[in-house]
Design a protein around this ligand. Structure first.
Ligand code: SF4
Length: 163
């Protein structure tokens, strides 16, 4: 795993750790935050209701014994980095690896309403798929907090399920 942590760190992550998938927490309330709090709900192939529900995500998580959690201070680099590493790990033989990013997909100026333009270059965020990111990060001993002021250091997290 060290080699993969180095890939993450040389591409903008400041923390990368192995975690037990049992520490990844999903929750029913997450969909409410997307539906009544985000203007990409229903307008992106990487957002609900076009992504796995929290129950489906939990069933997916239950298929894995290992995961990698990483942190970046910029949201925009998290998803591309998770996808890049998943591709590299897949080619190394981790055939089940899947990636989760952070925030809405921003690859296209406007999401294509019929089909995703870059399905192999993007991934849904953890939160879009019903993962309670705050609880998951804290259950792994890392800090995360809501922000009040512009300019505060931001912490954004990506996740890979790996077997
Ligand atoms: S890559 Fe483009 S079409 Fe696909 S989800 Fe992202 S914004 Fe939408």
């Amino acid at each position: 795993m060290e080699r993969y942590f180095e890939v993450l760190k040389s591409n903008g992550a400041d923390i990368a750790i192995s975690i037990d998938p049992k520490t990844i927490l999903t929750a029913a309330w997450t969909i409410y935050k997307c539906q009544f709090g985000c203007n990409t709900f229903g307008h992106s192939h990487c957002c609900p209701p076009n992504v796995p529900t929290y129950q489906q995500t939990q069933a997916i998580i239950d298929c894995y014994d290992k995961a990698i959690l990483f942190r970046c201070h910029e949201m925009s680099i998290v998803t591309p980095l998770a996808v890049k590493l998943a591709r590299e790990m897949f080619l190394d033989g981790y055939y089940k690896v899947i990636a989760f990013g952070s925030g809405p997909c921003t690859m296209c100026a406007k999401c294509n309403p019929t089909t995703c333009n870059f399905p192999n270059k993007t991934a849904p965020s953890m939160e879009a798929c019903g993962i309670d990111v705050f609880a998951t990060v804290r259950s792994n001993g890392l800090e995360i907090s809501t922000l009040r002021e512009k300019g505060e250091i931001q912490n954004h997290f990506g996740l890979l399920l790996v077997d």
